[in-house]
Structures are given as structure tokens and as C-alpha cells.
Design a protein around this ligand. Structure first.
Ligand code: NAP
Length: 319
């Protein structure tokens, strides 16, 4: 008999067909009004789950006594209680590597957009304000040749470092759980503690996972260490930054700006005070959101799920 899988993220027709050949699939649209009720109905028979951005609390897991594997279509696994899954004997898989380059691209896009005021000035042109040549009031800051501080020198951090060093001739500072001599050799990068990085960098890019250790890693004290001309780019998770403290730092122009892909509350409410600031570029968690990468992530998750259900060890086991 085929194993049963609850799918809560849409797959391309090709991937869905591949999955349906091997398992029985129940589709649940968790964004629909009755999504949670449907999920609750589907969980009792489920051997596997495949999706993303859903908090599977103990109440939901209790409904799934046969569950063997959750294949998350993400690299970040901060929305899972990993210890609880392990205790229950449920395997968690994720999709690292396939999204690294695209997420690093997003980081550079936010850095450039904020430093060169691309969004603000494009809107200014669209609103009909471009009637004379520009003066210093509309100038941005250089990116090339400046100093970037990368917090979290993992896969994405290294892909950002490569772009910054090779593409923009930037000096790379980094802070991570431990020094990485191979990275230092490759990108002429310098390891330092977080305070030094914040004090010396012109651009600070966050690429750490969200954990108890990194929640509010960047708060009022840390923002106060940054240069007044510095820009913060967050492509990690919203909760790595104390958003209230960031808002104050931006409003009072204690830092130059912020390029933010992730927020404490997502979707970011339309009345968020962050959106009233011209020195903020906010994107809707698009780190990995390209056609190619999202398909590669889904394929990776399907492969992980099918291996686990076949009793093999998937390529990307988290716990
Ligand atoms: P990764 O390879 O595990 O890199 C994370 C790095 O952070 C590692 O080098 C790790 O050190 C370091 N680190 C962990 N805890 C730390 C701490 N407390 N202080 C300093 N450094 C710490 O992960 P990745 O693939 O680069 O992804 C990183 C994160 O990016 C994900 O967890 C996810 O939340 C986020 N992300 C966001 C998007 C988006 O759409 N915006 C897309 C993809 C990923 P070690 O090397 O010593 O372990």
C-alpha cells in the first residue's frame, strides 16, 4: 500500500506527478479559511508532510501518530520544535545549497538598492519630481571598495562574501560561531567579534539562522555601535533584529538605512512604521523566490521525503 503524504505547498505539475507515482497525496491549502480544519482531518493518516512556513505545534503533531518525516521546503528550520520532533521519532529534512546563490543575490540587491537609494529615487522619478539635475540631497553612497561585515559565515554568508569581494572589491569582515581559515584565504576576509564588526563595517549583512542564541542579536546597543553612514541588510530572519530598536535607529538616522527581506511579523502589515521611512527598502521575504530556485527547493524536498519514506537516509536530514 502507498504511504500517505500531506502536501501544503503547491508543486509544479512535473513534481506533483513524480510524488503521486510513489505516494498518495492529500493537498491542503493552509491559507484557505478552512485550511487548518482540513489539515487536522488529513494528519491522522499521514506518513509524511511536505511544505513550508507552517508552525506544527504539539497539538497538530498529536494528531499524526504515524508521521515519519516532515520535508520542509526551506533551509531555515526555526519554525519547528526540533527536539520535540526527535523525541517523537519524526525526521525533519530541509533544502540547503539549492537556494544559497539566489539568497545571496537578494542580499546584494538590497544592499545596492539601499545604498544607491534605487527604490526611493525610482519612485521620485515616477512621481514627476525629476525636473533638474540632481544635487547632494539625492546622492547615495558607494558600495564598491567599502567594507562589508557578514554575520554568519555559512553557505549564504560565503556566497555574499564572494560577490562582495570579487564583484565589488569590498573588504570582508565576518563574525560567525568560529573562524573559518578557508574563507579568510579565499576572500581575504577577517574574523572579528560582533562589536568590532558593527563598529567597522559600512554594510552589515545578517545571514545567521534564527535560534535562541541569535534572537535579537542586533538590538539597540548593537545598532548604536554602527557607523552613522552604515546600512543594515537582513536576509536571515526578522527576529534576529530587535525591530523596535531598528525603527528608532532609522527614524533618528543613527544609521543610514536598512534593506530588509524578513520581518518579525510576516506578511509585514501595510501600516508598519518601517514602510513610512525612505531609508528602508522592504521586500516580501523574496530571498529564494525565483522560478528556478523555488523549483529546485521543491525537487530537493520531494527527493528528501521519498528517500525517507523508502527507509533510506535523505541527503538533508536536520535531526
Ligand atoms: P548555514 O550554512 O548554516 O550558515 C549559518 C552560519 O551562521 C553558520 O556559519 C553558523 O556557524 C553561523 N551561526 C550560527 N549561529 C551563530 C551565532 N549564534 N553567532 C554567529 N554565527 C552563528 O545556513 P545558510 O544556508 O547560510 O542559511 C542561513 C539562514 O538564512 C537560514 O537559517 C535562514 O534562516 C536564512 N535564509 C533566509 C532566506 C530568505 O528568504 N531571506 C533564504 C534562505 C535562508 P557554523 O558554521 O559554526 O555552524
Amino acid at each position: 500500500m502507498k504511504k500517505r503524504v500531506v502536501l501544503y505547498k503547491r508543486l509544479s505539475p512535473a513534481l506533483l506527478a513524480q510524488l503521486e507515482q510513489q505516494v498518495e497525496v492529500t493537498w491542503v491549502d493552509t491559507s484557505a479559511a478552512d485550511g487548518l480544519a482540513r489539515l487536522r482531518d488529513a494528519l491522522p493518516g499521514a506518513h509524511g508532510l511536505l511544505g513550508a512556513s507552517l508552525r506544527l505545534d504539539a497539538g497538530l503533531l498529536d494528531l499524526a501518530p504515524q508521521l515519519q518525516v516532515i520535508a520542509s521546503v526551506s533551509v531555515g528550520v526555526d519554525n519547528y520544535d526540533i527536539e520535540a520532533l526527535t523525541r517523537r521519532g519524526i525526521m525533519l529534512t530541509n533544502t540547503p545549497d539549492v537556494l544559497t546563490e539566489t539568497t545571496a543575490d537578494t542580499g546584494l540587491a538590497l544592499l545596492l538598492a539601499t545604498a544607491r537609494r534605487v527604490v526611493e529615487l525610482a519612485n521620485w522619478v515616477r512621481d514627476g519630481h525629476w525636473q533638474a539635475s540632481l544635487g547632494p540631497a539625492h546622492f547615495g553612497n558607494d558600495v564598491h571598495g567599502k567594507r562589508i561585515g557578514i554575520v554568519g559565515m555559512g553557505r549564504i554568508g560565503q556566497a555574499v562574501a564572494r560577490r562582495a569581494a570579487a564583484g565589488f572589491g569590498m573588504q570582508v569582515l565576518y563574525h560567525s560561531s568560529r573562524p573559518k581559515p578557508e574563507v579568510e584565504a579565499r576572500y581575504s576576509a577577517r574574523y572579528c567579534d560582533l562589536d568590532t564588526l558593527l563598529a567597522e563595517a559600512d554594510y552589515v549583512c545578517l545571514t545567521v539562522p534564527l535560534s535562541a542564541a541569535t534572537e535579537k542579536l542586533i538590538g539597540a546597543r548593537e545598532l548604536a555601535l554602527m557607523k552613522p553612514e552604515a546600512i543594515l541588510v537582513n536576509i536571515a530572519r526578522g527576529r534576529v533584529v530587535d525591530e523596535a530598536a531598528l525603527l528608532v535607529a532609522l527614524q533618528e538616522k543613527r544609521i543610514r538605512g536598512a534593506g530588509l527581506d524578513v520581518f518579525v511579523q510576516e506578511p509585514l502589515p501595510a501600516d508598519s512604521p518601517l514602510l513610512r521611512l525612505e531609508n528602508v527598502v522592504a521586500t516580501p521575504h523574496i530571498g529564494s523566490a525565483t522560478h528556478e530556485t523555488r523549483e529546485a527547493m521543491a525537487r530537493c524536498a520531494v527527493d528528501n521525503l521519498l528517500s525517507a519514506l523508502a527507509g533510506q537516509r535523505p541527503a538533508n536530514v536536520v535531526n
